[in-house]
Design a protein around this ligand. Structure first.
Ligand code: AP5
Ligand code: MG
Length: 189
């Protein structure tokens, strides 16, 4: 079970990944959560990442790669995982391919990986985020996060689609309905 959860800010990646990872007893690995923990702990990485996150920009790829490589090598990740918010650029996706090949010996397109894209209209995303109110949930930063998603992350839909690894899901439904749909689509992967 190797799943990537993609989608714009507020699409429900974290919400759904948390529920499904608990149900399948695999780790939920959110690069956003890891980076926020580094910011709180004021590690060197957290100090570098904070300015990007506050502005709604992506943290540079090279800062993410070690984090993800180390995390996927942990024993609890051997049976599978849900990656939430990674990859979100083409270089990150290419890096993940190489890493999975290194860890499994299989080619990138043959690892059983599935990439879920949660689709939700912009006005709903903005309303969800403004009512949540995380540090980066203010109108200006939300607008930038959406723009960055369109420019840098959306190309991954065809990256995984071309390899028949994409699962497109309508995320603009009640949470439990989205969960049930994902459970059905991903069961047996
Ligand atoms: P990250 O933490 O990944 O944030 P994001 O992509 O902006 O997405 P969110 O966490 O805001 O939304 P979500 O899709 O998880 O939605 P959620 O379930 O919370 O990244 C933050 C920053 O870290 C980035 O801007 C970047 O700087 C950096 N970063 C992280 N990863 C990186 C990477 N790989 N490379 C470079 N930089 C990186 O739901 C949102 C709200 O909606 C919640 O209140 C929830 O309760 C509600 N909700 C969810 N589903 C529903 C539903 N079906 N109906 C109604 N409400 C719902
Ligand atoms: Mg999230």
């Amino acid at each position: 079970m190797q799943f990537i959860f993609m989608g714009p800010p507020g699409a429900g990646k974290g919400t759904q990944a948390q529920i499904l990872a608990a149900s399948w007893k695999i780790p939920h690995i959110s690069t956003g959560d890891i980076l926020r923990a580094c910011v709180v702990a004021q590690t060197a990485l957290g100090q570098k990442a904070q300015a990007y996150m506050d502005k709604g920009e992506l943290v540079p790829d090279e800062l993410l790669m070690d984090i993800v490589a180390e995390r996927l090598k942990e024993p609890d990740a051997a049976a599978g995982w849900i990656l939430d918010g990674f990859p979100r650029t083409v270089p990150q996706a290419t890096f993940l391919d190489k890493l999975l090949h290194e860890l499994s010996g299989k080619g990138a397109a043959n690892t059983g990986l599935k990439a879920v894209n949660l689709d939700v209209p912009d006005d709903i995303l903005v309303a969800r985020l403004l009512s949540r109110g995380r540090k980066d949930d203010n109108e200006e930063t939300i607008r930038r996060r959406l723009q960055v998603y369109r420019e840098q992350t959306e190309p991954l839909i065809s990256f995984y689609g071309d390899r028949h690894q994409l699962v497109a899901v309508d995320g603009d439904r009640a949470m439990a309905e989205v969960t049930a749909h994902l459970q059905q689509e991903l069961a047996g992967s």
